[in-house]
Design a protein around this ligand. Sequence first.
Ligand SMILES: Cc1cc2nc3c(=O)[nH]c(=O)nc-3n(C[C@H](O)[C@H](O)[C@H](O)COP(=O)(O)O)c2cc1C
Length: 183
Amino acid sequence: MAKSNIGKMRVGISPSVIVGALVNGKENYITLGQCSGLSMNPPMMYISINKAHYTNDGIKENGYFSVNIPSDGVVQKMDYVGLVSGRDTDKSSVFTPFYGEDEKAPMIEECPVNILCKLINTVDLPNNEVFIGEIVETYVGKEFIIDEKPDLKKINPLLLAGGQYCELGNPVAATREVGKLLK
Ligand SMILES: Cc1cc2nc3c(=O)[nH]c(=O)nc-3n(C[C@H](O)[C@H](O)[C@H](O)COP(=O)(O)O)c2cc1C
């Protein structure tokens, strides 16, 4: 395949999540694409937030954040909390919050999956803070659980690709299976 060097450009897809945190005692929500898993045992994930954003202070102050996986029904609200800052706009009533045992970070009732993370480490990048959290609680709406597992088809999470919110496509091949044919 002939290649063109297009410079330092990140091309690809990422999940689209809404992170919840308490900032100055109020619920605040921020949309993020820079979020993923880091390890299975203990279960850990990271979020990467620009230092200029309002949410960072709340995560550092309370030591907790929530990662909420939306479905298409909340796309407009998700985009909104990614457009305005809690610094000048109160975003606390955009979603219905609920809390886990520690009451340290709001999770979002309207999202089918809610993951509560305890802050373990913060990595200082030139423009971003990478918050590494250990997953302490995960909630899934009962109607999204099939055969005792979260059903991604039903959850219908959104991905970011080419400036669009996209739905998950159809499965192409089974992981850790299809490659066995080349063994
Ligand atoms: C689709 C989308 C993805 C975004 N991804 C990120 C991200 O990964 N990291 C980040 O720092 N900001 C990201 N943003 C920008 C923040 O969500 C936005 O600046 C937000 O208003 C900051 O809110 P806050 O100041 O209340 O914390 C994204 C925005 C959108 C719409």
